[in-house]
Write a protein that binds this ligand. Sequence first.
Ligand code: HEC
Length: 150
Amino acid sequence: MKFTLGAIAAVALSTAAFASEVAPDAVEYGDEGVMASLTGVAGDPVAGAATFKDRKLGNCLACHANADMSGEQFHGDVGPALDGVASRWEEPMLRAIVANSKQVFTDETVMPGFYSLKVGQHVREDLVGKTILTAQQVEDVVAYLGTLKE
Ligand code: HEC
């Protein structure tokens, strides 16, 4: 087989792009949550707010009321209101809850694991092996949650 220099450079670049991103099944859940950023890049709270309320992404309002988003319709009450949530949980725990709530609550929690490959039973074939949110979207949502202080 013959490699051109271009092909080798392209492979090196695509490896570098993922080097600092933790794979969903390699996230380390400790007693205090997930200590390190999933991407090594700080989360953006503005992007996180958008992901939070996007019905096709976080869809967090389906289950959680959030006074900070009182302009949005249909706040669910399946989960607790998220007002002041950053005063109840430190950032590593917020990251663990969003990435995989089952690691923090119980296996029976109805909250999806947003950065987990075990989304649930009967997953659509095209979604097998995919997470609901990307690692950076999780970091952005965590940064947004960090703004919800009492
Ligand atoms: C299908 C419903 C559902 C969705 C969607 C959902 N959650 Fe939850 N969430 C829950 C439930 C229920 C709990 C309480 C834990 C339990 O009893 O399972 C919870 C707990 C939490 C907690 C802990 C709150 C506290 O005060 O202790 C946080 C933080 C949280 N969710 C964030 C989010 C975020 C961010 C999203 C969107 C990315 C989200 N949730 C989407 C159902 C949901």
